[in-house]
Write a protein that binds this ligand. Structure first.
Ligand code: GLN
Length: 485
């Protein structure tokens, strides 16, 4: 049944509805591929019994005629979402083996739609990173080239889809963690507007930025699933109360008459010429299809990385204070008193990157530095947001590169600041809470995929997905797969 390997969600749905395949067969098919590709280290927890129980439930609904279009479709979740039946670790020693008493809102909504969970996906510890090298459970390999990083922090998610181990996966994006890994592995990744999906049950990194999203082979698949993933959650004060939407509604609208903005200032010498050429090629295709291409200016966007690492670390230092060895998570084996217990538990439970961010965050929030760093960062964040608002009075979408180059080799970025600077193009939209995505637009001469980034105004997900589909309708970059998978 390996012909379903790279099938889209839409194709699988048809096979299930017409009973050409059962949910159990489909789950078994994916589980056996997951087992066969353990070398990629995509999964942190696989429990075939739990998966098959959900698949049997889906088959029952299909037989009864109470199934929806997503019933029986396999999905895997980034290990930032807590799940009842699978361990939830955020790829940290701190939460090793942790069993949550509840499912994250995103997980329970997709479960209610009948989707079958294949397991939990590896990522950078607490979603802090850009290469998946920060996981406490080892790096994830990029199926395109095992010497290349799969991107991060959602590297397990991106590699899983790229290798055909799940047709669609959840991921989270705080400053680029859906878009960058999607781009590095040739898959489509969508970060909706901040607050559109609920953060309830997402292990918090930076609360004002963390956003749940999806990765899949096609933008159409994401449009299909997104509606079932989002929605107001009364227990989450940052969740938006918006009417339900059909995110597929603009998929065939095309780009004729639209205005698409290009931040020309982002095309510097730092940008790999082949990446620039691939992005320009998408721009030219949109022009050919009748869009008007205009220059836009986002003068404060180049301060995005500095602002992001102040705000994100400040929020992380506060969020991670709950891991004290008292309530849940890791507790040191030996200690003298409570202070010593907390100190040792945090020291042994957290990896280097969370520790670095706790230190930065505590520093920028401390008395005497708060105004100079944190408050200033918040002001510049507002400016970045206003510049986007201004741009969206003139354009329907903004197109840009996702990163300056393709996936790099493991170990290539030794200095953390080097890694942080790689988030140059992805953090501005995060700071402004905008819907933003990456889709494949080429393969570099080094054999690694290239992605292009689209950004729209807040809550204009449907428009963004439509613009993306106008590209995928006439190209097949999203249908290229790594050799051997
Ligand atoms: N690379 C960024 C960071 O390390 C973004 C991470 C994310 O979006 N979760 O913080």
């Amino acid at each position: 049944m390996s012909e379903t390997k790279f099938s889209s969600v839409v194709e699988l749905s048809k096979l299930l509805q017409t009973k050409q395949v059962s949910a159990v067969e489909l789950a078994q098919d994916y589980l056996s591929r997951i087992e066969a590709h353990k070398e990629l280290n995509c999964f942190l927890d696989v429990r075939p019994e739990e998966t098959l129980a959900q698949a049997r439930e889906a088959d029952k609904r299909i037989a009864e005629g109470t199934a929806g279009r997503l019933t029986g479709i396999p999905i895997a979740h980034k290990d930032i979402f807590v799940t009842k039946e699978w361990a939830s670790t955020a790829a940290s020693r701190m939460l090793e083996g942790y069993m949550s008493p509840f499912d994250a809102a995103v997980v329970s909504k997709l479960k209610a739609a009948g989707m079958v969970n294949l397991g939990k996906l590896n990522c950078d510890e607490f979603a802090m990173g850009s290469s998946n090298e920060n996981s406490a459970y080892g790096k994830v390999l990029n199926p395109w080239d095992v010497n290349a990083v799969p991107g991060g922090s959602s590297g397990g998610s991106s590699a899983c889809v790229a290798a055909g181990l799940a047709p669609i996966v959840t991921a989270t994006d705080t400053g680029g963690s859906i878009r960058e890994p999607a781009s590095f592995t040739g898959v489509t990744g969508v970060k909706p507007s901040y607050g559109r999906p609920s953060r309830l049950g997402m292990i918090a990194f930076a609360s004002s930025l963390d956003t749940a999203g999806l990765m899949a082979h096609t933008v159409e698949d994401i449009a299909w699933v997104l509606g079932d993933m989002v929605g107001h959650e009364p227990w989450d004060s940052t969740s938006e109360n918006l009417p339900a939407e059909d995110f597929t509604r603009d998929l065939t609208r095309g780009v004729k008459g639209m205005r698409i903005g290009v931040p020309r200032a982002w095309f510097t010498e730092a940008l790999d010429p082949e990446v620039a050429a691939a992005v320009n090629n998408v721009i030219e295709e949109y022009r050919r299809q009748g869009a008007e291409i205009v220059d836009v200016e986002l003068p404060s966007a180049d301060l995005g990385v500095s602002v992001y690492y102040v705000v994100a670390c400040a929020e992380a230092s506060s969020n991670l204070s709950r891991f004290d060895g008292v309530r849940y998570g890791y507790r040191a084996k030996e200690y003298t008193d409570i202070q010593d217990m907390i100190k040792k538990s945090r020291n042994e439970g957290f990896g280097a990157e969370p520790k670095r961010r706790i230190l930065i965050g505590t520093y920028v929030l401390s008395h005497g530095y708060y105004d100079a760093y944190y408050l200033k960062a918040q002001k510049v964040r507002r400016l970045i947001s206003q510049e986007f608002d201004q741009a969206f009075t003139k354009v329907d979408a903004i197109i840009s590169p996702v990163t300056t180059g393709t996936a790099y080799d493991f170990g290539a970025k030794k200095d953390p600041v080097q890694a942080y600077l790689g988030d140059l193009y992805t953090v501005p939209a995060s700071l402004a809470g905008l819907p933003c995505m990456s889709m494949p637009c080429g393969v570099h001469s080094n054999g690694r995929p290239i992605g292009v980034q689209l950004t729209c105004a807040r809550f204009e997900e449907a428009k963004m997905l439509g613009i993306a589909n106008a590209w995928q309708q006439v190209t097949d970059w999203h249908q290229r797969h790594p050799k051997g998978y």
